[in-house]
Design a protein around this ligand. Structure first.
Ligand SMILES: [Zn+2]
Length: 63
């Protein structure tokens, strides 16, 4: 396969993305990063992100 891009499953939106960064051991895509930086901690979406990450970590501990 030519021009194959490495993609990683985003821990927030669960889409496979090539661009993003790691927050601890969780991959977060550019889109979600953008959402996060534009979200203040008092907004509901922020706690959604945190919950998602915690959930993920729980799963990896159990498995
Ligand atoms: Zn994402």
């Amino acid at each position: 396969m030519m021009g194959e891009q490495t993609t990683t499953c985003c821990q927030i939106c669960e889409n496979w993305k090539g661009n993003g960064f790691y927050l601890l051991d969780a991959f977060i895509c550019k889109d979600c990063e953008h959402l996060m930086v534009n979200t203040s901690p008092d907004q509901e979406i922020y706690s959604y992100f945190i919950e998602r990450l915690k959930e993920r970590r729980m799963h990896s501990y159990l498995m």
